[in-house]
Design a protein. Structure first.
Length: 140
């Protein structure tokens, strides 16, 4: 995939750092062919840290990569929280989690439709209330 921008969800990042994850090799293969920007949110970073909590060295490798901006952690702005609240009501039947909804809000604000995720909820979520996400990673 040529220089572009994609959002990266928690599951893909965990699979990248957890060698025991069933998607680890597929994520490595996917990212080895990607040359663009990877954007995530602090919500995803928090989830990744929690899910990798059994090994502080792996957590620190992830944090080191964040500090080198291998992944960009997009900050939420005050109006993003209102959009997340709207989405939380809209998707109350899923139920949607904060990290997912923050990615939706960021995707709208930054006009990014592409996402690398393992989460099937992104097949349901809509950007700007009607535009689907373009999933760029499909694990087998």
């Amino acid at each position: 995939m040529r220089d572009s921008v994609i959002l990266v969800d928690t599951g893909v990042l965990v699979a990248l750092y957890d060698q025991a994850d069933r998607y680890h090799d597929q994520v490595i293969e996917f990212l080895s062919h990607y040359a663009g920007r990877l954007i995530t949110t602090l919500g995803c970073v928090t989830e990744v840290m929690w899910l990798l909590a059994s090994d502080h060295r792996v957590q620190n490798e992830f944090l080191h990569h964040l500090s080198e901006q291998i992944y960009e952690c997009e900050s939420l702005q005050s109006h993003d929280f209102m959009r997340i609240a709207e989405l939380n009501s809209q998707y109350a039947d899923l139920p949607a989690d904060f990290s997912d909804l923050a990615l939706v809000a960021i995707s709208e604000r930054l006009s990014i439709a592409k996402i690398a995720t393992l989460d099937k909820d992104f097949d349901v979520y809509r950007r700007y209330r009607n535009e689907p996400f373009e999933r760029v990673f499909y694990p087998t």
